[in-house]
Design a protein around this ligand. Structure first.
Ligand SMILES: Nc1ncnc2c1ncn2[C@@H]1O[C@H](COP(=O)(O)OP(=O)(O)OP(=O)(O)O)[C@@H](O)[C@H]1O
Ligand SMILES: [Mg+2]
Length: 321
């Protein structure tokens, strides 16, 4: 099995004005296989985008890192140092949330492909056009009616497809999609999700899919990592996690998925996740957890194998190594 992305003890923080580090990601171990659609879910501020930016090589300069991150065996983060030469925009590519921002508003789609491919491979206009056609078709767009258009002349769904086509034309093997569908309606959301599934089949693309939408994740994802306050709370096969969440936080998330025709009491545990920079003793979910006991306050549980191939960071499951 080839690992597309792997991290060990990855910590990412941001420097504040006094040069203190506020850790947004607090020691994450990820293993994403080639061709896998790996979803990362969790509430706002849990560190999903920070992980996404780290994998894509576009953390801001005031970010600090610890631990290790590999993309296809290339060590891109090693402690404080980061080096993405020949990786960023080539092996791994990033699709942002808003469809338009992945595209340059002043260039037609054809020109965008030309600029990207000229700078990456020295392609001529003719070569770039042929590539553009191939990737636009792959993304389900008609090249004849889109190549000469500016992004604003396309619908949101078409823009997101075009951004995916442009990203793929770089030859990237890993696509990091940070809430790529949150600004689209439900129908387009499904279309983009289906496109990612097809691309995985056709070109063995690995997709890191960040979303708030567990229901959508369940349609595309192979595995899911549930993040809470900068740590992984649970990792497992998506269907299994949805059918039988183990971590109390995952169970809260799963419970708010609407089920048609079924009235149910929604679970919502009051309280807020700890802020970055707050003390790190004990389980981060302690304040909100209905099942907490004394050990949970004293010691932070590590992500460890609970049953089958499910990993959980919770003392309820013994938290074996
Ligand atoms: N550029 C930045 N500078 C300083 N702090 C940041 C920066 N980006 C994120 N943070 C902080 O890091 C933490 C994690 O943020 P992140 O954007 O990774 O969360 P997220 O899970 O993607 O949230 P959302 O679901 O809202 O997109 C938050 O506390 C956030 O305020
Ligand atoms: Mg985010």
């Amino acid at each position: 099995m080839v690992l597309a992305v792997k991290s060990e003890g990855l910590k990412i923080g941001y420097l504040d004005e006094q040069d203190n580090v506020l850790w947004a990601v607090k020691g994450v171990n990820l293993e994403v296989s080639e061709g896998e659609i790996y979803c990362i879910v969790g509430e706002s501020g849990s560190g999903k985008s920070t992980v996404a930016l780290a994998i894509s090589g576009i953390l801001p300069p005031h970010a600090v890192t610890e631990g290790e991150l590999y993309v296809y065996g290339n060590l891109v983060i090693r402690g404080e140092s980061r080096s993405y030469e020949k990786i960023r925009g080539r092996l791994v590519t990033y699709i942002p949330q808003s469809p338009g921002t992945g595209l340059n508003p002043y260039l037609t789609l054809g020109d965008q492909f030309y600029h990207v491919l000229k700078s990456l491979r020295g392609s001529t206009r003719k070569e770039a056009k042929a590539e553009a056609k191939k990737y636009l078709e792959m993304a389900g767009l008609d090249p004849a009616s889109t190549l000469d258009r500016y992004p604003h002349e396309l619908s949101g769904g078409m823009q997101q497809r075009a951004a995916i086509a442009l990203a793929l034309s770089t030859g990237a093997r890993v696509l990091v999609a940070d809430e790529p569908t949150s600004s689209l309606d439900a129908h387009l959301r499904l279309q983009i999700a289906n496109l990612l599934l097809r691309l995985r089949e056709e070109v063995k693309l690995t997709v890191i899919f960040i979303t708030h939408d567990l229901l959508l994740a369940s349609r595309v994802g192979d595995r899911v990592a549930v993040m809470y306050a900068g740590s992984l709370a649970e990792v497992g096969k998506l269907r299994e996690v949805l059918l039988k969440p183990l971590h109390p936080y995952t169970s809260m998330l799963v419970d708010v998925i609407p089920t048609l025709g079924v009235k149910k009491q929604l679970k919502c545990y009051s309280g807020e996740p700890p802020r970055p920079g707050s003390n790190d003793e004990g389980c981060p979910f302690f304040d909100r957890c209905p099942y907490r006991f004394s050990k949970c306050a004293a010691e932070k549980p590590r992500l460890s194998l609970a049953e089958g191939d499910r990993y959980v960071a919770c003392w309820l499951y013994g938290n074996r190594e």
